[in-house]
Design a protein around this ligand. Structure first.
Ligand SMILES: Cc1ncc(COP(=O)(O)O)c(C=O)c1O
Length: 407
C-alpha cells in the first residue's frame, strides 16, 4: 500500500475538510498544490513580526524583511542548483517568467527568418509569448512532432532543431499527458546551433530534483503555488551572462542605477528585472515551501509522483469506456482521461459531489486538445499528500459517474 509521503492531517489543514459529506480528496495539484502548515505559519509570522519593504530602508524591520527575502533567493538558487543566487529572478509565476524571457531576451536575440521550436503539448503560457515574439520579429514557429503516445523522440527533435533555431521552449513535464520530456537532449541540439533552451518547469520543479545546468536549461520558469508555496510568486532562472545581456521589461523603482530627467541606467541582475516592490511575503513563503519539500526529499517525491501517476494510468486503462492519454511509463503525476459519452465538466461535477477535486477543460493546452482530437478532458493529478487510497477513490468515482449517467 502506497501511503502519502507526509502526515497529511497534521501538515495540510485544508485536507481535513469534508466536502459534500466526504473526505476531501485533492486531485488538482497540477492546477495548484495545497499549502503545508509550515508555509502558512512562516508567512503569518512574517506579517505579524517582520513586515517592511526590502532593499531600501535601514530600520530593524527593513533589515529583517530584506534578510528573509534574500535568504529565499539563496534557498531557491540552491534548490535548482543555480550557479549563484542572482540567477534567480522573482516573478509572479511561470507565465510572467516566460513572457519576460520572450520580451527581454527574445526581442534582442531573434530576427526575421530565425526559428523558435515548441511542442504541441505546451501550456498556452509557453506558446503565446513565442507567437507574439514571432509576430514582432518575423521569426517562424516550428512544432516538434509528437509520437503516438504523446512523447517527444530524439528523432523528432532532430527534424525541427537546426541552424536557424534560436530558441527551443519545452515543458519538462506536461500538465496534461504526464510526459517527461528529453530536455537535456534538446538542449544539446540547440546549443550546437548557438541557440538557447528555455524550460517550462511549472510541473517538473515541484516533482523532481532540478539541476539547471545538468538539465541544459539556459532559462527555467516555474511557479511557487504548484510546489506547496503561495500564489503570486514564481521564478525565472537564467544563466548569468544571458541575464546580463538581457533588457528589462518592467521599468520603475528599485530596478535602476541612476536616473535623470531624460535617461536611466539599470541596476545589476536580478534587481534590473524586479521593478517595484516585490512579493516579499510570497518569496518568504516560497522559501518555506522549499524547506518543506527538501525535508521530504525531492528524490522521494519524484518516485512517489511517478508511482501514483503510473498506477492511476494502469487502473484507469483497465476500466471499459475510459480513455487515458499519454504514455504508460514513465508517467508523471498528471493524468488526463475521458469517460465515453460524458462531458468532462459533468465528470468533475459528479466527482465534486463525492468530495473529489479534479480539473476539467482544455488545461490551457488547446493545441494539444486538437492533437488528441478532443475538446477537453478530465484530469487527476497527484502530489506528496496523496496515496494509493486516492487512486482507488478516483477509480470508484469514475465507476460511480458511469453508473450515474447510465441511469
Ligand atoms: C506546464 C505549465 N506551464 C505553465 C503554467 C502556468 O503557470 P502559472 O499560471 O502559475 O503562471 C502551468 C500552470 O498550470 C503549467 O502547468
Amino acid at each position: 500500500m502506497i501511503k502519502p509521503l507526509v502526515d497529511v492531517a497534521q501538515d495540510f489543514p485544508i485536507l481535513n475538510r469534508r466536502i459534500n459529506g466526504h473526505r476531501l480528496v485533492w486531485l488538482d495539484s497540477a492546477a495548484t498544490s495545497q499549502k503545508p502548515e509550515s508555509v502558512i505559519q512562516t508567512m503569518d509570522r512574517f506579517y505579524h513580526e517582520s513586515n517592511a519593504n526590502v532593499l531600501r530602508s535601514v530600520h530593524t524591520l527593513a533589515d529583517e524583511a530584506t534578510t528573509a527575502f534574500t535568504d529565499a533567493r539563496v534557498k531557491t538558487a540552491q534548490f535548482i542548483r543555480a550557479g549563484r543566487p542572482e540567477e534567480v529572478i522573482f516573478t509572479r509565476g511561470t507565465t510572467e517568467s516566460l513572457n519576460l524571457v520572450a520580451r527581454g531576451y527574445g526581442d534582442q536575440a531573434v530576427n526575421s527568418g530565425d526559428e523558435i521550436v515548441l511542442s504541441p503539448m505546451e501550456h498556452h503560457s509557453n506558446i503565446i509569448p513565442w507567437q507574439q515574439l514571432a509576430r514582432r520579429t518575423g521569426a517562424t514557429l516550428r512544432y516538434v512532432e509528437l509520437a503516438q503516445d504523446g512523447t517527444i523522440t530524439i528523432d523528432a527533435l532532430e527534424r525541427v532543431i537546426g541552424p536557424r533555431t534560436r530558441i527551443v521552449a519545452l515543458s519538462r513535464i506536461s500538465n496534461v499527458l504526464g510526459t517527461i520530456n528529453p530536455i537535456t537532449e534538446a538542449a544539446a541540439m540547440v546549443h550546437q546551433h548557438g541557440g538557447v533552451m528555455v524550460v517550462d518547469g511549472a510541473q517538473s520543479v515541484p516533482h523532481e530534483a532540478t539541476a539547471v545546468r545538468e538539465l541544459g536549461a539556459d532559462f527555467l520558469a516555474f511557479s511557487g503555488h504548484k510546489m506547496c508555496g503561495p500564489t503570486g510568486i514564481g521564478v525565472l532562472y537564467g544563466r548569468m551572462e544571458l541575464l546580463e545581456a538581457m533588457e528589462p521589461v518592467m521599468f520603475g523603482g528599485e530596478m535602476i542605477s541612476y536616473v535623470d530627467q531624460e535617461t536611466a541606467t539599470w541596476a545589476e541582475v536580478p534587481q534590473k528585472f524586479e521593478g517595484g516592490t516585490p512579493n516579499i511575503a510570497g518569496a518568504v513563503g516560497l522559501g518555506a515551501a522549499i524547506d518543506y519539500l527538501a525535508g521530504v526529499g525531492m528524490d522521494a517525491i519524484h518516485e512517489h509522483s511517478r508511482t501514483l501517476g503510473e498506477l492511476a494510468f494502469e487502473t484507469l486503462k483497465s476500466i471499459p469506456g475510459v480513455a487515458v492519454y499519454g504514455p504508460a511509463r514513465p508517467h508523471a503525476a498528471a493524468l488526463a482521461f475521458n469517460i465515453d459519452g460524458v462531458h468532462p465538466h459533468d465528470v468533475a461535477q459528479v466527482f465534486d459531489s463525492l468530495g473529489v477535486a479534479i480539473r476539467a477543460g482544455h488545461h490551457c493546452a488547446q493545441p494539444l486538445m486538437h492533437w488528441l482530437g478532443v475538446g477537453s478532458t478530465a484530469r487527476a493529478s497527484f502530489y506528496l499528500y496523496n496515496g494509493q487510497d486516492d487512486v482507488s477513490v478516483l477509480k470508484e468515482a469514475i465507476l460511480e459517474t458511469k453508473r450515474f449517467f447510465q441511469r
